[in-house]
Write a new protein. Structure first.
Lengths: 300, 580, 322
């Protein structure tokens, strides 16, 4: 069936899933040997430290006007990354923007994972009419033109933490649902699952204790990508003026600076750099996990 | 344009097939990306050098039209030679506004007026001293009692379809405006317009109406063809309001009309001012956002733009290739201000409002947000107007301590919250005042709305505490100023944007405004407006942030640029191009 | 086919959902028009609403709309009265061109990179390629677009800074084509970068499998040249998964194009929809949403069909583990 074989993430090739997933330690060793993955961990950790630890030591107000407007980085009164249109320090904005950005991404990801996982599990495990019904619903959401739909939702209902999270979530969960479903379909016919059923374990138990852990590697890989995508989508929304003004996320900082970018490139570039590095880190880590768990892709 | 669209569709189809073929075929890669070839020199697209003149302009004499000729608009020089070497050329203009159609009798606003004044003529033009000049009307007269205004039209004026322009068209236009135009104050006192003489329009008023002459400015009273429009259809939605086939009375005619892309105008050969217009063609490029205008100008794609923001102005001032001028649009009298909703809980207390004004650093706002390109304006009347009371009581000074004291005196010492809806464009100001007000314990909650209608609905409906906007004087205070203060202009929700959104009412002020509206005596008007401003300011329903300088940025080759009091909202018939 | 019926049902559901959303949200087109007038009375507001049927009950409005759509009438823009269909089709070519170019770029470069990496999976080159490809995925499209604008288009004369053609351009067909292409480069690159990651990784993984498969080993054993093996036999099968998502990506590309269109002022339907949204111009917005959904549905259908066609072939050869 085409559906289950559809690649559902950039890193998951058709039909290749976690068959014969390597045991944890072996995978870890694989991961550690992967230079790109280690680089990813480094990036990610740096951004996390920047976003959550550094603000604890700083006592700055990202909204404060510290200097003249549009002062370029390095020049007098400009600080490390220059100032924006109201004279606020970009470096401070970058530091404080991380937490806000990651909170939104986490919220959206949580929604995606919760909805996608449960629906996918149900569809994959029970099959039959449950599967058909859920697939129809999923298809419906998949057909909605992604970003455009998110834009419509946020614009119509005014940007706020919840509308943004909901919008991002609603366009992204179908992929995870299908992936989960595919995994469940594959795993449920394996020997140990049949065994569990033979013993009389309840459905819920089988789903959560037996199948899910085996699907976990693939799902974790997806999770990193989902978070990365959520960050990028949020930035896109903010760029178009649909960011949450209370949140001061990186995307919001970019959106705010957009009007002046012909005079002031640093207000746009540095927050964007922060987004880029974070998402890159996430993707590299996810990629590394993917390779680590997948013997077929191990280097020869 | 159409060619571009077909090209695109063709290419897209080709690419699609190519992709499909790649899938089935396997080894061939084809991509349809048409690599750009030669470097088309973008510096000038205007083919012309204006060498040969088309418009013969031999009888150069009847340019400076007879009678009331003060000096005609800007330095209209000596170069009225017989062979007009200035003639010819294409002017390209980047236009960041979204317009709905070209009929200014039923629609207000900059978006309609800029192209509208090129294709439609008004009875009068206005010079730098706000004095009326002949245009479609060769001469005019206001009776001593102020109840009759007579316009004498030119006898050689034609619409773009060759039909002569008569007083019937003038009558039709005035009455259409009276019935449909949002600015009711312009022609409200008109009782009738007599058009028995085809070249004379006699307007009868119910009371003296000093604003009536100003109301005949290019953007406010375009003369539209009765024979096209008078067919019983609703003027606001009339199909002839726009389109390639738009028939107007102005110096340029519509060649191509695509309101989301471009409007192309070409010179109307039978324009009533012989020898004009000087330009052959105007291309108005409708541009989706200001950055495109800025980049395009930098790239040489455009001849002129209005500066979208102070930072852009600064950027171009430092660029030798362009001329930046803070001239033009003075009549508009745009004031940047903050509406305070006097109906809301806290803001119904005058001390609270005064405190807010004292806590906000207006000068700082002008320096930082407008990069200094804005002047102090302490009343609702713009500071270039003879009716501007510079000495009116105001709370524009920065005095946060005084503000705190005021708040404490009315029991608001603990601070309070204000709801502030703001679109993305308003955000810098919102954030600025948010900081300033937090210093006196006032928390501004910025509610960012993504689009104009949501914002307008909130403000018009009174569901806001404080908000930032720009309000225009529109020449005479009667047209653009009274609406913000008239007790009668407080409109119940859903309300109307840019009416009396502060919900202000002071009977004394109303009386003064009414007085000023009904007399031609400028001294009396000034006295009335001065006193009204004083009273209003004491009540402080509005925080005036400043009056922005309005910049034009253009290539040096643009001569006689439209820098009059109406700026771009005035015909560009005297604009010419000197070289590339 | 049942699939077609399903597809129609989906389309209907999309219409209803979007219509409801727009209707439920605060504000409507009358506010926009009134605001544009910069003054107008409540009577006029009411009149505007009546004129566009904005004060009819929801179900009536919905019914009218669906009825119209079924007859092929997408209505008229509330903002300026133009026919929605013509508005959309005028701009559709631009977006389609942009999307196709981006995908073509990503496809070609991605597959090439992936194939190279598949031949030498552990080399530094391969790893570097991996990282570089992910860079494209990690960069928000508008950011890379802005960077390209600021640091390339503005500085280098060759690249135009906006739009899809030079203003006042006079020239023959060929010159117009070149002009178009010149304007297309940066936007297409920006959009294509996003998909580059996907295609390169996908094809790498897929090609890896294929090149190790029995089928290919046999071909090698037969003595066929390496080139022939890789290109003719390897690619053909290895590309299947890539093509599969290609069809589905079009919907994403269409959607992602809105950011690129904004940055480069590319006159496509993404921008049209966004402007319509900000003006509460429901007919235009609904028209675009509808079109985008239809495109995705059709692409899905086609992909399914193509897959079914290719499918038996795979089974027969039994080679690729696809």
């Amino acid at each position: 069936m085409p559906e289950s074989l559809q690649p559902v993430s950039p890193d998951l090739p058709a039909g290749v899933s976690g068959i014969g997933a390597a045991p944890g330690r072996e995978a870890l060793r694989m991961f550690v040997r992967n230079k790109a993955a280690i680089f990813g961990v480094f990036l990610l950790t740096s951004m996390l430290i920047l976003s959550f630890i550094v603000p604890l030591f700083f006592d700055r107000d990202p909204g404060a006007r510290v200097g003249g407007p549009h002062v370029s980085p390095g020049s007098e009164g400009g600080g490390l990354m220059g100032t924006d249109n109201l004279g606020r320090d970009i470096w401070t904005i970058v530091i404080y923007g991380g937490a806000a950005t990651l909170k939104i991404a986490a919220g959206a990801s949580a929604m995606i994972i919760f909805v996608g996982l449960s629906l996918g599990a149900l569809a994959g495990y029970y099959g039959g009419w449950v599967d058909s019904l859920l697939m129809r619903i999923t298809e419906f959401f998949q057909v909605l033109p992604g970003l455009l739909f998110a834009i419509v939702v946020v614009a119509l209902f005014e940007p706020s933490y919840w509308t943004i999270t909901f919008a991002i979530g609603s366009i992204s969960w179908p992929q995870l649902m299908r992936l989960t479903r595919a995994e469940f379909l594959r795993i449920k016919n394996l020997e140990y699952v049949k065994a569990a059923r033979a013993i009389g374990a309840s459905d819920l138990r089988i789903i959560t204790r037996v199948i899910l852990p085996n699907a976990l590697p693939t799902l974790i890989v997806s999770a990193t990508l989902i978070m990365g995508a959520a960050i990028v989508i949020e930035a896109g929304l903010a760029f178009l003026g649909l960011g949450d003004p209370g949140s001061l996320s990186w995307g919001f900082a970019i959106g705010r600076a957009r009007e002046f970018f012909t005079t002031n490139w640093w207000a746009v570039t540095f927050p964007g750099m922060a987004i880029f590095l974070t998402v890159l880190g996430l993707s590299l880590v996810g990629d590394g996990l993917q390779d680590a768990y997948n013997p077929k892709l191990r280097g020869r | 344009m159409k060619r571009m669209q077909s090209l695109q569709k063709l290419l897209a189809l080709l690419l699609a097939f190519a992709l499909l073929a790649a899938a089935c075929g396997g080894s061939d890669d084809d991509d349809g990306v048409a690599a750009g070839g030669d470097d088309t020199d973008q510096a000038d697209e205007a083919p012309a050098d204006g060498a040969e003149d088309e418009a013969p302009a031999d009888d150069a004499e009847d340019e400076a039209p007879a009678d009331d000729a003060e000096d005609e608009a800007p330095a209209d020089d000596e170069a009225m030679t017989d062979e007009d070497e200035r003639a010819g050329g294409t002017l390209t203009f980047a236009f960041v506004s979204a317009l709905r159609h070209l009929n200014g009798t039923v629609q207000s606003g900059y978006a309609t007026a800029v192209p509208g004044t090129q294709v439609n003529a008004s009875p009068l033009l206005f010079d730098e001293n706000y004095q009326p000049q002949p245009y479609l009307a060769e001469s005019w007269d206001v009776s001593d009692d102020g109840l009759t205004v007579t316009l004498n039209l030119r006898d050689n004026a034609l619409f773009h379809d060759g039909v002569p322009i008569t007083s019937e068209d003038v009558a039709f236009s005035i009455l259409t405006s009276q019935a449909n135009h949002p600015f009711k104050a312009m022609f409200a006192p008109v009782v009738s317009v007599d058009s028995s003489d085809p070249l004379v329009a006699v307007i009868s008023l119910s009371e003296p109406h000093p604003a009536i002459l100003m109301a005949m400015s290019p953007g406010l009273l375009p003369i539209i063809p009765k024979h096209i429009f008078d067919d019983g259809q609703d003027m606001k939605e009339h199909p002839r309001n726009s389109g390639d086939d738009f028939i107007g009375s102005g110096p340029f005619r519509v060649v191509e009309y695509d309101p989301s892309e471009v409007i192309r105008l070409e010179k109307f050969d039978d324009f009533f001012l012989e020898g004009y217009p000087l330009l052959d063609e105007i291309i108005i490029d409708i541009v989706p956002d200001p950055n495109t205008a800025i980049l395009g100008l930098e790239n040489g794609d455009y001849d002129m733009i209005t500066s979208p923001n102070a930072a852009a102005t600064q950027q171009f001032e430092e660029d030798d290739r362009f001329v930046v001028e803070a001239k033009g649009h003075e009549a508009i009298g745009q004031i940047d201000w903050l509406f305070l909703n006097t109906r809301s809980d806290v803001l119904s207390t005058v001390e609270a409002r005064q405190a807010i004004s004292l806590a906000i650093d207006q000068q700082g706002w002008r320096d930082i947000v407008q990069l200094g390109r804005s002047s102090a304006n302490v009343t609702g009347i713009q500071n270039a107007s003879p009716f501007y009371n510079a000495d009116a009581t105001n709370y524009d000074r920065l005095a946060p301590d005084e503000a705190t004291a005021l708040l404490e005196s009315v029991g608001l010492g603990d601070g309070f919250e204000l709801d502030m809806p703001a679109t993305a464009a308003m955000l810098p100001t919102a954030e600025f005042i948010q900081q300033d007000l937090s210093a006196i314990g006032v928390t501004v909650n910025i509610r960012q709305v993504p689009d104009f209608p949501t914002w307008a609905a909130a403000v018009a409906g009174g569901t806001y505490d404080i908000t930032y906007t720009q309000v225009w004087n529109w020449g005479d205070p009667v047209i653009g100023v009274h609406r913000s203060y008239d007790c009668e202009n407080r409109i119940e929700p859903p309300g109307v944007i840019w009416s009396n959104n502060a919900w202000y009412c002071n009977e004394e002020v109303d009386a003064l405004l009414d007085t000023a509206a009904a007399t031609f005596d400028n001294d009396a008007r000034q006295a009335a407006y001065f006193e009204a401003s004083e009273l209003i300011n004491q009540d402080a329903p509005i925080v005036y942030l400043g009056k922005p300088d309005w910049y034009q940025i253009r290539k040096p080759r643009v001569q006689n640029p439209p820098t009059g009091i109406w700026g771009f909202m005035s015909p560009w018939h005297e604009v010419w191009l000197d070289g590339e | 086919m049942a699939r077609i019926a399903q597809a129609l049902g989906l389309i209907l559901a999309v219409i209803v959902l979007n219509f409801t959303l727009i209707h439920v949200a605060p504000g409507d087109a009358a506010d926009v028009i009134a605001g544009d007038q910069s003054a107008s009375s409540p009577e006029e507001l009411a009149e505007i609403r009546a004129r566009y049927g904005l004060d009819d009950p929801f179900v009536v409005q919905l019914g009218n709309y669906v009825g119209d759509v079924v007859q092929g009438d997408l209505g008229e823009s509330i903002w300026d009265g133009q026919s929605v269909t013509s508005l959309i089709f005028d701009r559709l070519g631009a977006t389609a061109l942009l999307a196709f170019s981006a995908l073509a770029f990503a496809f070609v470069v991605g597959v090439s990179i992936g194939t190279i990496a598949a031949r030498k999976p552990t080399s530094l080159l391969s790893q570097l390629i991996t990282v570089l490809a992910l860079v494209g995925f990690a960069m928000p499209a508008f950011w890379s677009g802005l960077l390209l604008l600021i640091f390339v288009a503005v500085k280098v004369d060759f690249f135009p800074v906006s739009g899809n053609h030079d203003l006042g351009f006079e020239g023959n067909w060929f010159e117009s084509l070149l002009d178009l292409g010149q304007h297309l480069i940066l936007p297409a690159l920006t959009l294509g970068f996003i998909f580059l990651a996907q295609y390169s990784r996908l094809s790498r993984a897929s090609m890896l499998e294929v090149l190790e498969s029995d089928y290919v080993r046999t071909a090698r054993a037969k003595g066929l040249s390496e080139r022939s093996v890789v290109f003719k036999h390897g690619l053909r099968n290895g590309l299947i998964p890539v093509v599969t998502i290609l069809g589905l990506q079009f919907g994403t590309a269409l959607s992602g194009a809105i950011l690129v269109e904004t940055v480069f002022a590319w006159p496509g339907i993404g921008r049209l929809a966004f402007d319509a949204l900000l003006r509460r111009d429901a007919p235009v917005l609904l028209g675009v949403l509808l079109l985008a959904s239809v495109v995705v549905i059709v692409a899905n259908l086609l992909t399914d069909l193509t897959y079914r066609l290719i499918d038996p072939r795979i089974r027969v050869t039994g080679g690729v583990n696809a």
